[in-house]
Design a protein. Structure first.
Lengths: 327, 328
C-alpha cells in the first residue's frame, strides 16, 4: 500500500490507461502545459505528447461533440470540462447527443467516452464555479454517473470508466484533490454499481456522496462518542446504483439519513428516499431525512457559503434526531 | 476542375433518382397516414448529397440532419432498411427506435441524422480527429443547412477543426430557408463560404448546389486536401428546398409560389444531369427512362420489405440503451 492524494490517484489512472490502450486520449481546456485547472493532468503532455493530451479552445459544446465523434469511431476519449457548472454550455451535446445516440440508432454505436469534471463548494468560487449538479445527469437515461470520495475509489473507478463502453460523467470534487488515502501498489479496478460501506454501524445509516462522505465520517465519530453507532455508505456510482447494499444497510439500522452537497429539492437524495420507502418501508423506524445545501446559488462570502453547504455538525444533529425519534 | 466519367455521371444520376423516388413515396405514405412522426423531404437538393458522397469511400464518415434521407442514400444507405425505419419496423436501421431523424448505419460510416439543428457538426470533427489519431486516410463530412450556421456549435467546431487541421468537409446546404425564415432575415451574410471560411482561416467554396457536376468538382479538391492532411474546407452549396419545411408545411406562407415553380423549372438537378447525359454523353431518353423504371421497381420491393417486416414489441423499448449488462 502507499499513501497518495486524490489528484495523483486520478493521474495514475489516466497514465495507466493511456499506457495500456493507444485509443485512450485526453482533451480539454488547458490540460497540457497548464496541467489542468486543478493540475490532475500536470506533466502528462511531456510523457504522451500533444496528440494525446489535447488543449482545446474554450468551446464546451465542441469539446463534447468532438469527443463523441471520436468515441463512436474507434477512440476512447477522456474529455475534461473544467467545472461542472460549464456542462450547461455544452448541454445539448451531453443530453441530446452523447446520452441518446446509442439508443436512437438501435444499439449500433458504442460510446466509450468519459467526461471528467469537478464540482462542489468550499473555496468561495461563488455561484458559477461551485455547484453540485449530479442529479441532472442521473436523470438522463443513457448516462452513467460516478462520484468518487477517496483516492482509492477515484483511481479504481476512473480506470473502470475508461474501459467501459458507455458514456460516463465522472464527477470529482475540488476540495478532495489534496485529500490523502491509501491505495495498493499493484493495479486494481472497481466495478461500477458497487457501493462501499465506509464505516460499519448499527443504529442509523448515513448515505453520503462525494465530499459529504468525509463529513459523514466526522459526524459518525462524534456520534460514536455519544453511544450512537452510525453506518456510512457511499454509493460511489449514482448510475448504476447499488440498490441492494443500500437496502441491506437500512434493513440493518432501520434509519436513513442522506447527505449530499447539491440542493435538496429534486436532488439525488429524493431518489434514494423513494427507493427505500418503496423497498424497505416496513423496516423504517423513523422518517427518512436529508441534509443538503440550501436552495440558493452558492454565495461568495465564506460565512454565507459555510451556512449554505452542509457540515459534519448538521449531519450529526440530523442523525441524533432520527435515532431519538419515537413512533 | 475534375470532370467525372460517364459511368460516374450515371452513378450520380442513379443516386439522385433513388433519393427523389424515395422522398416522393415517403411523402405520399405520410400524407395517407401510414408513417408516424415527422418527415422532412430533401426534394430539389439531391445534387448536393450525391455530388459530395460520390467522392467518399464506405469507411469515410458523414453526419446528417433532420432532412437526412438524401445524405444517407448518397452515402450507401439501403432504401429498404430506411423505409423500414420510417415504418417503425424491427428491420429498420434503428430497429424502430430512431425514425426519420435518427437513421444511422455504422457499416457505411453514417453517424446519424440528427434532430437538433447543427448538432452533428462536432461529431464529424470528432470522426475526423479519430481518423487523424489512428493515422488513416479517412475523411468526415458534415451536412447542415443555412439555419445551422447561426448555431454556436457551428462556429466552435469550424474553429476547432481549423486549429487541429482535421480532415473534415463542412457542407452547408443553403436551401435559403431556416425552417420558414428566409436567409436574408436570419443572417446578414449571403455567401456563407466567402464570409465564414476566412473567419476560421480555412478554404471556402461556393457552388451551385443544384448542379451535381459543379458540386462534384468542388468536393474533389476538398476531399483530396483533407486526405493529404491539409485540413478542413467549408463548402457552401446554393440549393433550394422544393417542398415545405416538413410534410404539413405547404411552404407558401413565407415565399411565393412563383418562386418555387421557377426553381423547379430552372434548377431541377435531375433534369439538368439528364440533359448533359443526353446532349454530351450520347445517352437516349429511353435509356434514362429504363433506369428510372428499374429503380422504381427496386423501391417497390423496398416498400414491400418495410410493410411486411415485424413491428417491435413494446418492451423492446428497454433494449439498446447501454453497452454491456447495465439495465435502464
Amino acid at each position: 500500500m502507499k499513501t497518495i492524494t486524490y489528484r495523483d490517484a486520478l493521474k495514475e489512472a489516466l497514465v495507466e490507461e493511456m499506457e495500456r490502450d493507444d485509443a485512450v486520449f485526453l482533451m480539454g481546456e488547458d490540460i497540457a502545459e497548464y496541467g489542468g485547472a486543478y493540475k490532475v493532468t500536470d506533466g502528462l503532455f511531456q510523457e504522451f505528447g500533444k496528440d494525446r493530451i489535447r488543449n482545446t479552445p474554450i468551446s464546451e459544446a465542441a469539446i463534447i461533440g468532438t469527443a463523441l465523434g471520436a468515441a463512436v469511431t474507434g477512440m476512447r476519449p477522456v474529455a475534461e470540462l473544467m467545472y461542472i457548472d460549464f456542462t450547461a454550455v455544452g448541454m445539448d451535446q451531453i443530453v441530446n447527443q452523447v446520452a441518446k445516440i446509442r439508443y436512437m440508432v438501435g444499439g449500433q454505436l458504442d460510446v466509450p467516452l468519459v467526461i471528467r469534471t469537478q464540482g462542489g463548494a468550499g473555496r468561495s468560487s461563488a455561484a458559477q464555479h461551485a455547484q453540485s449538479l449530479e442529479a441532472w445527469f442521473v436523470h438522463i437515461p443513457g448516462l452513467l454517473v460516478v462520484m468518487p470520495s477517496t483516492p482509492y475509489d477515484a483511481k479504481g473507478l476512473l480506470k473502470t470508466a475508461i474501459r467501459d463502453d458507455n458514456p460516463i460523467m465522472f464527477i470529482e470534487h475540488k476540495l478532495l484533490y489534496t485529500e490523502e488515502g491509501e491505495i495498493p501498489d499493484e493495479e486494481y479496478t472497481i466495478p461500477l454499481g458497487v457501493a462501499d460501506v465506509k464505516r460499519e454501524g448499527e443504529d442509523i445509516t448515513i448515505l453520503a456522496t462525494s465530499r459529504m462522505v468525509l463529513n459523514a465520517l466526522i459526524a459518525a465519530d462524534t456520534l460514536a462518542a455519544e453511544g450512537i453507532s452510525a453506518e456510512v455508505i457511499d454509493p460511489r456510482t449514482l448510475m448504476p446504483l447499488d440498490k441492494d447494499s443500500i437496502l441491506d444497510s437500512v434493513k440493518k439500522t432501520n434509519r436513513l439519513l442522506i447527505a449530499h452537497e447539491a440542493v435538496g429539492r429534486a436532488g439525488f437524495g429524493a431518489e434514494i428516499a423513494a427507493l427505500v420507502v418503496r423497498e424497505a418501508f416496513d423496516y423504517l423506524d423513523a422518517p427518512i431525512e436529508r441534509v443538503a445545501a440550501a436552495p440558493v446559488p452558492v454565495p461568495f462570502a465564506p460565512v454565507m457559503e459555510n451556512f449554505v453547504i452542509p457540515n459534519a455538525d448538521q449531519i450529526a444533529d440530523a442523525a441524533r434526531k432520527l435515532v431519538r425519534y419515537e413512533i | 476542375m475534375s470532370k467525372p466519367s460517364k459511368d460516374q455521371m450515371l452513378y450520380m444520376y442513379r443516386k439522385m433518382l433513388e433519393i427523389r423516388q424515395f422522398e416522393e413515396a415517403a411523402g405520399t405514405l405520410y400524407q395517407s397516414g401510414q408513417l408516424p412522426g415527422f418527415l422532412h423531404l430533401y426534394i430539389g437538393e439531391e445534387a448536393t448529397a450525391v455530388g459530395v458522397c460520390a467522392h467518399l469511400q464506405d469507411d469515410d464518415y458523414i453526419t446528417s440532419t433532420h432532412r437526412g434521407h438524401g445524405h444517407l442514400i448518397a452515402k450507401g444507405g439501403k432504401r429498404d432498411r430506411m423505409m423500414a425505419e420510417l415504418f417503425a419496423r424491427t428491420t429498420g436501421y434503428c430497429k424502430g427506435k430512431g425514425g426519420s431523424m435518427h437513421i444511422a448505419d455504422k457499416e457505411t460510416g453514417i453517424l446519424g441524422a440528427n434532430g437538433v439543428v447543427g448538432a452533428g457538426i462536432p461529431l464529424a470533427a470528432g470522426a475526423g480527429l479519430s481518423a487523424k489519431l489512428r493515422g488513416t486516410q479517412q475523411v468526415a463530412v458534415s451536412f447542415f443547412g443555412d439555419g445551422a450556421t447561426n448555431q454556436g456549435v457551428f462556429h466552435e467546431t469550424l474553429n476547432l477543426a481549423a486549429v487541429w487541421e482535421l480532415p473534415v468537409i463542412f457542407v452547408c446546404e443553403n436551401n435559403r430557408f431556416g425552417m420558414g425564415t428566409p436567409q436574408r432575415e436570419h443572417q446578414r451574410v449571403e455567401d456563407i463560404a466567402a464570409v465564414r471560411a476566412p473567419a476560421y482561416d480555412m478554404p471556402g467554396i461556393t457552388v451551385d448546389g443544384n448542379d451535381v457536376l459543379k458540386v462534384y468538382a468542388a468536393v474533389d479538391e476538398a476531399v483530396t486536401r483533407a486526405r493529404e492532411g491539409g485540413g478542413p474546407t467549408l463548402l457552401n452549396c446554393d440549393t433550394y428546398r422544393f417542398r415545405g419545411h416538413h410534410i404539413g408545411d405547404p411552404g407558401t406562407s413565407y415565399r411565393d409560389r412563383e418562386e418555387v415553380q421557377e426553381q423547379e423549372r430552372q434548377r431541377d438537378p435531375i433534369r439538368r444531369l439528364a440533359a448533359v447525359l443526353i446532349e454530351e454523353e450520347g445517352m437516349t431518353q429511353d435509356e434514362l427512362s429504363a433506369l428510372e423504371t428499374e429503380l422504381a421497381n427496386e423501391l417497390e420491393a423496398a416498400l414491400e420489405f418495410a410493410k411486411s417486416s415485424p413491428e417491435p414489441l413494446p418492451e423492446d423499448a428497454l433494449n439498446d440503451l447501454y453497452a454491456g449488462s447495465i439495465q435502464p
